[in-house]
Design a protein around this ligand. Structure first.
Ligand code: FAD
Length: 326
């Protein structure tokens, strides 16, 4: 089989993550356009059931990297195992999600393999001569750059929600290959002993269809409870501006923006957020933006589809009550 379009599949709690389903779906289209096979790489321990889930999205081959050393993501072990696999199989393209793992792993793969990397792509065009051209936002989203990777594999990370998830065909089969995993001892500088799961019923920030975010206007940590209530009523995630994170009101994993997560939900509700360019870089792609701010001149209103000039401590509970009636 030729070299292929390879997708690094992330998974959690026994299911493939949505970003990887998006990549598999788009990978199938790229494979069809380029005549390359679509190949999924699933690393972890006991992950063979995921091969069938990947097959349903049109994967031709699945490489299972199954090892106790890969049971949890660690930079050294994953870099080591994937570098070897890529060197041996020489994929044409290797795509990862622009996730915490993808952002950590892809630059290291690029360095080990001596290849270029397009990070945070939001679109991929197939060019008959140049192969893949990646569209990337630059200057906090005020321009786009178009990047060709001249080395192979063409390595890129892709932003969540850049591509839709295709309808799966559960009866579809693919060839499953148990890849031998070797992790060099010198690559095991860190051994992950345990992961304490913070159980939340809310969707992941980058995958949520609804996001309710709070900024400095929230004034105190305990006030985020009103945003959590609204988020729970609409089945959304809670986010925050950097000012709220820096004030210690919410953990930094919830920061939206240039130096936080980039989200593209159907609905983004910005509460007490002024709309600095670095914040808009992380949420400007939302389909509908609702801004609640007591300052009618706040820049957030220039990107909002619906603006409510008012005190968030009055408006948010009213919204929550209205959503409860739906
Ligand atoms: P403010 O700008 O202080 O705005 C608070 C708003 O709340 C005001 O508009 C006010 O009118 C309103 N308000 C106050 N009380 C109420 C009330 N009761 N009801 C309604 N409205 C009220 N920021 C990010 O968010 N994400 C990033 O990733 C990020 N990365 C950055 C990277 C760099 C390199 C730099 C330099 C900055 C970055 N920032 C980022 C910071 C950014 O520039 C802003 O400082 C920050 O976004 C401001 O947060 P805010 O809107 O919550 O606070």
């Amino acid at each position: 089989m030729p070299k292929g379009i390879w997708i690094f599949v992330e998974h959690a709690a026994g299911k493939i993550r949505k970003i990887s389903l998006e990549l598999l779906s788009q990978g199938r289209k790229i494979a069809d356009q380029t005549g390359e096979p679509l190949i999924a790489v699933i690393a972890g321990e006991g992950t063979s059931p995921l091969a069938q889930e990947a097959a349903a999205y049109g994967v031709d081959q699945v490489y299972l990297l199954d090892s106790p050393q890969l049971a949890q993501y660690t930079t050294g072990a994953y870099t080591s195992a994937l570098t070897k696999l890529i060197r041996e199989k020489e994929p044409q393209a290797f795509l990862l999600g622009y996730t915490a793992v993808g952002k950590d792993l892809a630059p290291r793969l690029a360095q080990r393999l001596g290849v270029g990397l397009a990070s945070d792509a939001i679109d991929i065009e197939v060019d008959p001569e140049k192969f893949l051209i990646y569209k990337r936002p630059v200057y906090t989203g005020s321009a786009h750059s178009f990047v060709e990777i001249v080395t192979r594999p063409s390595l890129a990370t892709v932003r969540a929600k850049s591509f839709p998830v295709a309808e799966p065909a559960p009866s579809r089969q693919s060839e499953v290959i148990d890849a031998t995993v070797t992790v060099d001892p010198e690559d095991l500088q860190v051994l992950l002993k345990n992961v304490a799961l913070l159980v939340t019923s809310r969707p992941a920030l980058t995958e949520a269809d609804f996001v309710v975010s709070g900024g400095r206007g929230m004034k105190a940590k305990e006030n985020f409870a009103i945003l959590e209530e609204l988020a729970d009523v609409i089945g959304g995630a809670v986010g925050a501006s950097r000012a709220a994170v820096d004030s210690g009101w919410i953990d930094n994993q919830f920061q939206v923006g240039q130096t936080g997560s980039i989200v593209a939900p159907t609905l983004y509700v910005a509460c007490g957020i002024s709309g600095a360019i670095q914040h808009i870089a992380g949420m400007g792609a939302a389909k509908f933006i609702v801004a609640i701010n007591k300052d009618p001149e706040a820049p957030i209103f220039s990107v909002a589809d619906y603006g409510i000039v008012g005190d968030l401590f009055e408006v948010v509970p009213l919204l929550t009550e209205e959503f409860k009636k739906l």
